[in-house]
Design a protein around this ligand. Structure first.
Ligand code: F6P
Length: 419
């Protein structure tokens, strides 16, 4: 992506926080979000550099601030990772996420100065959380870390708590009024913002204010088969076919089997008939969003792909050539759809209940691309067949995927209209 003038300088997001405060969770969320929006974004995790250089399994006293040999080595790997990020900016990177504890003022000042000298803007992002979140993080992520590969769980927890205690002794929270920073307290319960300005930072903050760690499934599906699908024509606002109606019924059954009595679910559709009708039999309220409407095919709306090829061969070839960036005359590209859908992503992150999204082929692809952290340009080629629910269940850093093809089965030929 070509950044606007306002965003011209590369940006380093420097994570700050004691171990097990969800820094890597946040770093990965930010990376997925900004990459999906088209920024060249990359994470630099200092723990990975340490393991690569020194091997895993350093005992807790390696992290003791009074252990001079350990402290020197930790500083060395931190600077190695920082240099890698600065080199990457030289190659055209837009947003680097520097993922480490950066727990003292002195360390942050060193990072800041090296970035500043290289012409890189810096925003510090600090995560502060209470004991329950820390315990959950330790058990869910740290026990699986290569640092504790051969440890009994209880011994690993004990060692990790000691590691945290070492950092606690020298930890200094962000307090420099001259620096740009965001403090996220108790996963968004309170957010403190200092000296944040510009388009991208503001967009990022609004995203961060909505991120939480409550685990809930997301069900993503296209609408049931519509009359236009039967005819092979794109776009339009046609109603469901009889098979599509039957899918609406199967979908209601699917959802009822997965939610407890009285459990609240958020269901969103587009503002087009085929998604609204697909939601009609669900045992829950639904909201219709125009932002979830199908890609606008402009002058090609209502045609089959063969008709487009015959009547607009140049357009057809241009789309084949670069399906992600190609914009239908008077319509949209996939890149446009991403920008249109972005507010929904922020709203989706905010939801703490299970969510069902009933959308269209192109929109399902970009939503799936975001949730699974796929490169933007792959989105137009993701296969999401009709009459199939994609269930995404959160795990430590992302989602596990399961597909549920429901009745009626349309078979491959009719379920996906193009690649
Ligand atoms: O054919 C169904 C449909 O939802 C069309 O309305 C839309 O133009 C198309 O899929 C998007 O898929 P593709 O980008 O592969 O043409």
């Amino acid at each position: 992506m070509h950044l606007t003038q306002l965003d011209a300088a590369p940006l380093a997001l420097v994570m700050v926080g004691l171990p097990a405060r969800g820094k890597t969770y946040l770093a990965r969320k930010i990376q997925r979000y900004l990459s999906w929006l088209g920024y060249r974004t990359h994470g630099f995790n200092v723990g990975d550099y340490r393991r690569r250089r020194l091997g895993a399994k350093q005992p807790h006293d390696f992290f003791d601030p009074d252990n001079p040999a350990g402290a020197a080595l930790r500083r060395e790997v931190a600077m190695e990772a920082l240099q890698a990020m600065l080199d990457w900016f030289e190659e055209g990177g837009n947003v680097g996420i520097y993922d480490a504890t950066n727990s003292t003022h002195a360390r942050r000042q060193a990072v800041y100065e090296r970035c500043h000298t290289a012409g890189v803007r810096v925003i510090f992002i600090e995560s502060i959380c209470d004991r329950t979140v820390v315990e959950q993080n330790v058990r869910e992520t740290k026990l699986r870390s290569p640092d504790y590969a051969d440890f009994e769980p209880e011994r690993a927890v004990e060692d990790f708590r000691k590691r945290i205690a070492h950092y606690e002794r020298s930890y200094e929270t962000l307090a420099d009024p001259e620096k740009s920073y965001v403090k996220i307290i108790d996963v968004g319960r309170q957010v403190v913002i200092n000296r944040i300005e510009g388009y991208l930072p503001a967009r990022l903050i609004s995203f961060l204010m909505n991120v939480h760690n409550t685990r809930r499934p997301i069900w993503l599906t296209r609408h049931g088969e519509a009359e236009f699908n039967v005819r092979g024509t794109i776009g339009g606002d046609s109603p469901l076919s009889p098979a599509g109606e039957q899918y609406a019924h199967s979908l209601a059954q699917f959802l009822s089997e997965r939610i407890a009595d009285g459990e609240e679910v958020t269901v969103w559709t587009s503002a087009l008939r085929r998604t609204i009708q697909t939601a009609e039999q669900l045992p829950t309220e639904t909201s219709a969003w125009r932002a979830l409407n199908e890609i606008d095919a402009g002058i090609c709306d209502g045609m089959t792909y063969d008709q487009i090829k015959t009547r607009h061969p140049v357009e057809f070839a241009a789309r084949q050539n670069d399906k992600f960036r190609y914009r239908y005359p008077q319509g949209e590209s996939y890149a446009d759809v991403i920008q249109r859908v972005e507010p929904i992503i922020v709203e989706l992150e905010r939801q703490r209940r299970p969510v069902m999204l009933i959308v269209h082929q192109a929109v399902a692809r970009v939503l799936y691309g975001y949730l699974m952290g796929l490169p933007q340009e792959e989105c137009p080629h993701i296969a999401i067949p009709l009459h199939t629910v994609v269930q995404l269940t959160p795990n430590a850093y992302g989602y596990e995927e399961q597909l549920f093809p429901l009745e009626p089965d349309l078979g491959a030929a009719r379920s996906s209209s193009s690649s």
